[in-house]
Design a protein around this ligand. Sequence first.
Ligand SMILES: [Zn+2]
Length: 116
Amino acid sequence: MLCDHEANKKDWAPMQNGILKLHPYCNKCGTMKNVSSDKGKKISYFVASLSKLRKILEKKGYKISDAQIRLIVKELSKVEGFEDTWWITFSKQKEIFISIVGKYVRVSRDVIESIL
Ligand SMILES: [Zn+2]
């Protein structure tokens, strides 16, 4: 079960740049909240990105089927924590998205990155 995260405690932890900052953490599961500007996005953002990708590729004569889209979205939603914007960063989501899309659609990493 996913934790619905609730915080009223804070603790010192280093930011990505190494500077210590007070981070809120969940008092149920203990997960530290991502307080950087690199914030994760909802799955709907990635679904929208997929239709952008679809349009771009269609112009180049490559068709992505509904089944491919369904499989990608299904696999994304199965990744543990993918939608947990409490801690996940957009960079991390991007990596996951690029590797999963790459499994179903023969397209370069650059093209996938360009639609995010
Ligand atoms: Zn929690």
